[in-house]
Design a protein around this ligand. Structure first.
Ligand code: ADP
Ligand code: C5P
Ligand code: MG
Length: 218
């Protein structure tokens, strides 16, 4: 029988904030213009840092292929380069987050406007740890999108220009909002993908470091 003097000191990872039962995942938003390399860099972050990647654009494309009424509505909005109503996107995002089973999530292409952000705050309510902003010139993004070759209906010059406009008018203010809260890490995304990732690595290495604390077990 142990007494209070039989003390075992073990080095354990510090517990994150929150209760045991309701441990919230670490959320990183990945934003940037169309073609800035969000998907490309997210794949690298997944490989190196064990995050799960949730692309809201992919969730919407999957839903649009379902042939449902909502799916058809999503397809016509995406073809126009416009924003899908947040109530639709947030439901798909919430489901994907619940099903991911990962405690570190990269949310790509969201929140894209104030409506997305308000829906996230009302429904999901998990403060993002960081917002990764892939900053790239429109000229370079245009070149990349025209070479993407994924058969996307929105990668044509007319729709791309509309998407650039939406990015400037609706997404940049969201990035500015998070910047005012000290959350934004801006990366020069105009460089070759491997060089961009070197800069991202520095950021993720610092947030992924497991801090240790000493727990006294009686
Ligand atoms: P986003 O998800 O931001 O729209 P993607 O990751 O799909 O962008 O990249 C768009 C296209 O540009 C893809 O064909 C991709 O291979 C290419 N690409 C991504 N990053 C770079 C880069 N740093 N330099 C050159 N091409 C890139
Ligand atoms: O991020 P991605 O380029 O895949 O997004 C493609 C399109 O999906 C956008 O142009 C927009 O029509 C739609 N979208 C949206 N809301 C989001 C993400 C994507 O309406 N949060
Ligand atoms: Mg993408």
């Amino acid at each position: 029988m142990g007494s209070v003097t039989d003390v075992a000191v073990k080095k354990l990872p510090c517990l994150p904030e929150g209760t045991f039962a309701q441990k919230k995942p670490t959320v990183v938003f990945v934003l940037g213009g169309p073609g800035s390399g969000k998907g490309t860099q997210c794949a690298k972050i997944v490989q190196h840092f064990g995050f799960a990647h949730i692309s809201t654009g992919d969730l919407l494309r999957d839903e649009s292929r379902s042939g449902s009424e909502t799916g058809n509505m999503i397809e016509s909005i995406m073809k126009e380069g416009k924003m899908v109503p947040a109530e639709v996107t947030i439901k798909l995002l919430q489901k994907a987050m619940q099903e991911s089973g990962n405690d570190k999530l990269l949310i790509d292409g969201f929140p894209r406007n104030e409506e997305n952000r308000a829906a996230y705050e009302a429904v999901i309510k998990i403060e993002p740890k960081l917002v990764l902003f892939l900053d790239c010139s429109e000229e370079e993004m245009e070149r990349r999108l025209l070479n993407r070759n994924q058969g996307r209906l929105d990668d044509n010059i007319e729709t791309m220009r509309k998407r650039f406009k939406v990015f400037k008018e609706s997404t940049l203010p969201v990035i500015e909002y998070y910047n005012s809260k000290g959350k934004v890490r801006k990366i020069d995304a105009g460089k070759p993908a491997e060089e961009v990732f070197e800069d991202i690595k520095t950021i993720f290495t610092s947030i992924s470091q497991v801090k240790h604390c000493f727990c006294v077990i009686l």
